[in-house]
Design a protein around this ligand. Sequence first.
Ligand SMILES: Cc1cc2nc3c(=O)[nH]c(=O)nc-3n(C[C@H](O)[C@H](O)[C@H](O)COP(=O)(O)OP(=O)(O)OC[C@H]3O[C@@H](n4cnc5c(N)ncnc54)[C@H](O)[C@@H]3O)c2cc1C
Length: 628
Amino acid sequence: MILNNQFFNNFHPLPPKKEHEHSNVKSQSHSIQRRRLPPRRPQHRPSSSRNSPVTTRESVPLILWALSFISLAYANGNSSSCRCQPHQSCWPSAPEWGALNSSINGHLVAVRPVAAVCHEGNPDNPACKENWEALPEKNQTCYIETTPDTPCGQGQVSLYSALVQSAVDIQETVKFAKQHNLRLVVKNSGHDFLGRASAPGSLQILTIGMKDIRIVDKFTPAGAPEGKNEGSAVTTAAGVSLQELYAAVAARNRTVVAGSSHIVGAAGGYIQGGGHSPLGPWKGMASDNALEFTIVSANGELLVANEYQNKDLFWALRGGGGGTFGVVVSVTLRTFDEVPVILSNLNITAPVRDNKFWDTVTKLHASLPALNDAGGAGYYWIIPDFQLTKNTSVSAITLIFIFPNQTDTTQIDRIHDPLISTLNSTTGVNTQYASFAIPSLGFLFNILHPGNSDSTGKIGFLGSRLFSRDLLASTDGPGKLTSALRSIHIDPGQAILGHVVAGGAVAANSGKIDSALNPAWRKALTHIVIPRGWEPTATLAEQEAVKRNLTDVEVPILRSVEGEDTMGAYSNEANPYEAGFQASFWGENYGRLYDIKKKWDPEGLFVVRRGVGSEEWDDEWGICRVGK
Ligand SMILES: Cc1cc2nc3c(=O)[nH]c(=O)nc-3n(C[C@H](O)[C@H](O)[C@H](O)COP(=O)(O)OP(=O)(O)OC[C@H]3O[C@@H](n4cnc5c(N)ncnc54)[C@H](O)[C@@H]3O)c2cc1C
């Protein structure tokens, strides 16, 4: 997901974005700042984590320190149906924490919210620039914008983090969490929009230090018949980012199906949720191209899952959701030959919030099937109220499409012609169009993903829906979609985001690839996202109102376009409070996923918000079982 129209900005200078503009969707990540103890004075590292290593000697004061900010709200919760919390007698003793620390080579650290440094240290510290803990449940007050004397509670940030470097480290940590009945979370980039890499009072496994990348010309899955050759493949360890993966395969003149982000992890929540990509219409979903996973299961066993062994896990890991079936140690993905690509960019303006603008939105959606049939994939931003100059606002749309393995720009221009001609014939609607032949996908990704980091770390969450090709190809479908989008209030400067990342090979893989991926992806043509958020100064009641409006009003509007049960939503970029998430995120696959979950993790060690089996745990943080 490209979160803002940064690319558009490169081509057509626009006013700089304001620091907290809500059209920049903010990740619900829970990054941590790293602090070494001793010395006690904060010492910051660029990874923006703030942890303190635990040694046997230090762990007693650390645990006391941790206890001091844990709410007693969990008092008397020492029941087998709840995870053990720090104030309870079941909580591991200092020597036990020390033993865990020794077993993972001293890589256990205590964690504080990233903004703590602004409240407890120096508010001018450069680290005070991003918010990372924003879901309203814990009444988070530890924002960089709140005054430095505002108390900085731990919120939903984990208490301890195992900075794992190997499968053995993961196994040790999983066994420890299981033995002590701890709330365990798995975190890679922490980019998750649903807050699924964090939980209060939890022990975290942080995989971001696992950076191995291996590329082979001939990959044979473990347990496959002799001579089986899946061709060129790349095996990436759990902490490799998409940016690192793209660079590694490009250096071998190869490419890989992956997402539009720098920091999102290649092996974590991205691919386990299915993984959409601008290369999807060309080669399928990222998870369609997964050949093998290595995973630590809930009982601490190290397993390989592929078409030949642990097949049910392999099925579940391709779309069934991150943090649910175990801790992925590595994933092996198909690679493809580098190819040239055409990039097209269409910018449209119309009178602000005028009928002509909404007609344009209808025409845009009606043109998507033809663009997609020509091999196109891409993103579009619909901005109903865009400030062009100090005194002028327009409604604007930016469309960026790519056409992999194509070189003839005139042919691509021709595909855009009908849309551009019809728009140009409407008074007040203006278009700018350009197309470019680009030598390689590697080159293109450098243009699409400038810099080294994503625009995240602000307060926000999403509502979304997948919309089918059938809808957009029908006579009245695009108009119905426009009516729905028009009825959702979008503030000035904010955008509705469309992702044309399905169709083509994603659709063609229906019936060919049996995986847990939401079946709606096979029928989808666009994935539409509504970003939502609030100012750091918003009261809890105001935050709740935004959340309720998204859940009870806005997402139902999106759902109503094709009917409740026709399409679903993409679990990685969806409302954290999605009603009926089982059907929305997994459709008919949910029953099978639930059975696999029960087989591999019967005690529910791995629980994530709106994940498979999470309905058996409290809705917020999966700390206590419900209904049993
Ligand atoms: C800037 C940005 C761009 C994006 N672009 C795209 C895109 O182009 N396509 C797309 O499909 N999505 C995209 N996303 C959404 C992305 O897929 C999700 O945010 C996803 O959850 C990120 O996975 P992660 O592992 O990096 O994040 P994390 O927040 O670390 O983890 C997400 C989930 O996966 C689990 N998890 C992480 N690592 C492991 C592991 N090793 N084993 C088991 N579980 C694990 C966590 O417990 C959590 O439940 C984007 C998000 C952002 C913020």
